[in-house]
Design a protein around this ligand. Structure first.
Ligand SMILES: *Cc1c(COP(=O)(O)O)cnc(C)c1O
Length: 373
């Protein structure tokens, strides 16, 4: 049966989530302490293969904490990809540092090492890589550049829980990593986030700063500016239940990507997919396609296709705008061209990719695309 409306994303919440959330409520531990906080952090650290995981109120503040824990401050520059969700660059601004943009690669849409190299300056303190739409960034090349210049690497893995780079799960591949548990991400806690790291000092700083900067031995003593960036035990209960099911979500996301590839193979001259590299296992948070063609009218054709699909009760989304086009971000960094980001942004779209989709839903979406093309 075809659903009456096919959304881009939809969480799968079941009896296990309801049961653990009910237990959290019954326990009376509804704020940021409780057994589910501890369990979620332990289980998530194990899932990522890292030493420390620290829950946060959302993925954006997780990024802010990661930057603060590395000592990023006004006057510093942090290189970020132009094609990402805006939170990546915003978190840099929260610290008072300057976001400097780099373009992405045309195949897997990760931050482009050549572009990163061109943007390094004396002030560069860190590079944030984004595992965009679930596909890991090229960690080795970025790590090499970072090591040459003695700067940090942060993984924005908000869209990529469980994705693998050379057989290793993302999150623990750099100095510090962050995840989001927003309603449309691979797993959700409603709102929520996590900072992961193998570094004891970074973990301590994150836990200190997210809890009002309160001294761990002297209650209500605050030696520096802190934040309330904590997750609640109720959300963590949901997270524990979701994490138990993550392998099935990832398998389903990968099937959806495979089905679209199969059903749309006839249209290979008209559109192409974000590509999975030989060294990568993408979790395909969103399956995305890009319309081929001259840049003059490709955006109009993409929008027409999206409009046609909407008429068939199929929701799609344009790919992100490059962050450097937003008025308050346009002035930051050095003069910058991002031809790849610009093209992807105007010609690309996310297809329905929720884990509740069936194979026939995907076939219906693909057939609707083929019909329009
Ligand atoms: C979702 C997302 C974030 C922010 O996460 P929130 O939990 O919504 O604050 C950051 N970076 C990227 C790439 C994202 O997709």
């Amino acid at each position: 049966m075809i659903k009456s409306f096919i959304p881009v994303a939809e969480p799968s919440l079941g009896s296990r989530e309801r049961s653990l959330v009910a237990k959290a409520l019954k326990s009376g531990w509804v704020s940021s302490r409780g057994e589910y906080i501890d369990r979620f952090e332990e289980n998530f650290a194990r899932f990522c293969g890292v030493k420390h995981a620290s829950t946060t109120a959302n993925g954006t503040v997780a990024l802010h904490l990661a930057l603060l824990a590395l000592g990023i401050r006004p006057g510093d520059e942090v290189i970020v990809p132009s094609l990402t969700f805006v939170a990546t660059a915003n978190a840099v601004l929260y610290t008072g540092a300057t976001p400097v943009f780099a373009d992405v690669t045309p195949d897997f849409w990760g931050i482009d090492p050549a572009s990163v190299k061109a943007q390094i300056s004396q002030k560069t303190k860190a590079i944030i890589v984004v595992h965009l739409y679930g596909h890991p960034a090229n960690m080795e090349e970025i790590r090499e550049i970072a090591d040459q210049h003695g700067i940090y690497v942060i993984e924005d893995a908000a869209e990529a829980h469980g994705a693998e780079y050379q057989g290793r799960r993302v999150g623990g591949l750099a100095d510090v990593g962050i995840f989001s548990f927003f309603g449309n991400k691979i797993i959700t806690t409603g709102e929520g986030g996590m900072v992961v790291t193998n570094n004891d000092d970074i973990a301590d700083r994150v836990n200190f700063l997210k809890n009002h900067g309160m001294d761990t031995t002297k209650r209500y003593w605050h030696s520096e500016l802190g934040y309330n960036y904590r997750m609640t035990n109720i959300q963590a209960a949901m997270g524990v239940a979701q994490l138990e099911r993550i392998e099935s979500f990832i398998a389903k996301k990968r099937s959806i990507y495979r089905w679209y590839n199969q059903f749309l193979s006839r249209a290979a001259d008209k559109l192409y997919f974000q590509k999975e590299m030989p060294w990568a296992k993408s979790v395909w948070w969103m399956t995305s396609v890009v319309i081929h063609g001259p840049s003059a009218n490709v955006e109009r054709r993409r929008d027409e296709l999206m409009h046609q699909l909407r008429g068939r009760h199929i929701e799609t989304r344009p790919l992100f705008f490059p962050s450097n086009v937003f008025p308050y971000l346009a002035d930051y960094g050095r003069s910058f061209e991002a031809p790849v980001s610009n093209n992807l942004s105007s010609a690309g779209m996310n297809l329905p990719s929720g884990v509740t989709l069936t194979k026939s839903d995907v076939r219906y979406v693909a057939d609707s695309i083929l019909e329009h093309l």
